[in-house]
Write a protein that binds this ligand. Structure first.
Ligand SMILES: [Mn+2]
Length: 376
């Protein structure tokens, strides 16, 4: 029995002016082919199907055409949970018409944990869409982790697989994820996931293993220039009750190149880029300059054009001000107080750090927000 785990498609996503749908179409063609070739019994899509709660019509069409193709061209059962970018209600709306096509969707957390369990082939799947703490604790208080355990625990008669769109274990973010958390819990401890034979996680865009049999499959395409890690899906094979996993690397559908350069080296740095994708590579140039240079952008566009590439983002870094590494890539790792300090520093460039009383006020405010009751 074989399971394929993917997540974070973000259909409808744009990068600056670039429409990502050609990449998504190529990914879905690859995925359909893989379902056939590898004779996949169950496809798990662990949330963030769409980039926004109100996806463009074209993205909806792409998604439903794909589900239709899987239904008529394979034997695969498709299990889907909503992520924090999705509208759970939008995903669930066509449930009845999807069900004869072997497609099941969990868009919203049900008050009844049993609604999240389904028997498939010879294992049981627990599928939990992205939820907020107040959905887990409808009374408004209590221990979020204890409440979560009620959903995760079921008498074991078959192997058990979990699909979740949340933060779990210790992970490395790609930077394009939105910050989510459980009240009072930054990340679900891997301890409480240990009873599962496989844990299919969504939300983090960089593919990675966070426990023995717990994986973030990652997004199939890089959502930003800074996401340079190779993309993949996870193939899980069950033989006589024993699960094993294998990473299936994805083709690069479109190169996204970052060139960090300066006035002396940009020509040779651009020359070193090598196109490996069918779709036209897109380039971000981060260039250190002593002063603005007339005609530079046009020259860079020409250089890229000769290599069948396109300039999508141009970031001049003037040596006095912005020379240090872009902090935005690290925003995800900063605490709220550090973020506030960062904001203060950009707002008041001449100030010598943030006044202590302002910092104290911010901390007090933060505390208040953190301990506010979660009445919906
Ligand atoms: Mn995502």
């Amino acid at each position: 029995m074989r399971i394929l785990h993917t997540s974070d498609w973000h259909l409808g996503k744009r990068l600056f002016k670039l429409d990502r749908s050609p990449e998504h179409e190529l990914f879905l063609a690859w995925l359909l082919q893989t379902l056939k070739e590898k004779k996949i019994d169950v496809l798990l899509i662990a949330g963030d199907i769409f980039d926004t709660p109100t996806p463009p019509h074209q993205s909806l069409e792409t998604f439903y055409n794909f589900l239709h193709q899987v239904s008529v061209e394979t034997q695969t059962e498709t299990m889907i949970i909503a992520g924090n970018h999705d509208s759970g209600l939008l995903l669930e709306a066509p449930s009845k018409i999807l069900s004869p096509h072997r497609v099941k969707v969990w868009g919203k957390l049900s008050l009844n944990p049993e609604d999240h369990w389904i028997k498939l082939k010879n294992f049981e799947l627990c599928a939990l869409p992205f939820f907020r703490s107040y959905e887990l604790l409808p009374q408004g208080d209590g221990d979020a982790l204890e409440a979560l355990k009620k959903y995760l625990t079921k008498e074991r008669t078959l192997p058990q697989v979990l699909m979740l769109h949340h933060l779990a274990g210790v992970f490395e973010a790609a930077g394009s994820e939105q910050v989510i958390g459980l009240s009072g819990v930054d990340s679900i401890p891997t301890e409480i996931l240990k009873s599962f034979d496989y844990v299919a996680l969504g939300h983090i865009h960089k593919p990675q293993k966070i426990g023995d049999m717990s994986y973030y499959s990652g997004s199939p395409i890089p959502l930003r220039f800074s996401e340079t890690a190779k993309k993949s899906v996870v193939l899980i094979e069950e033989r006589e009750g024993t699960f094993s996993s294998e990473i299936l690397p994805l083709p690069v559908f479109r190169n996204l190149f970052i060139v960090k350069t300066n006035e002396n080296d940009y020509r040779s740095d651009i020359d070193q880029l090598t196109k490996t994708s069918d779709l036209k590579p897109m380039v971000e140039i981060q260039i250190e300059l002593s002063s603005p240079k007339v005609g530079l952008i046009d020259e860079i566009k020409d250089l890229l054009d000769k290599k069948e590439m396109e300039l999508l983002s141009f970031m001049p870094l003037y040596q006095d001000g912005e020379k240090k590494e872009r902090r935005s890539e690290k925003l995800f790792e900063l605490s709220p107080v550090e973020l506030f300090e960062e904001f203060f520093a950009t707002k008041f460039r001449d100030a010598e750090g943030m006044p202590e009383d302002l910092k104290d006020d911010f901390k007090a405010l933060l505390d208040k927000v953190k301990h506010a009751s979660h009445s919906p």
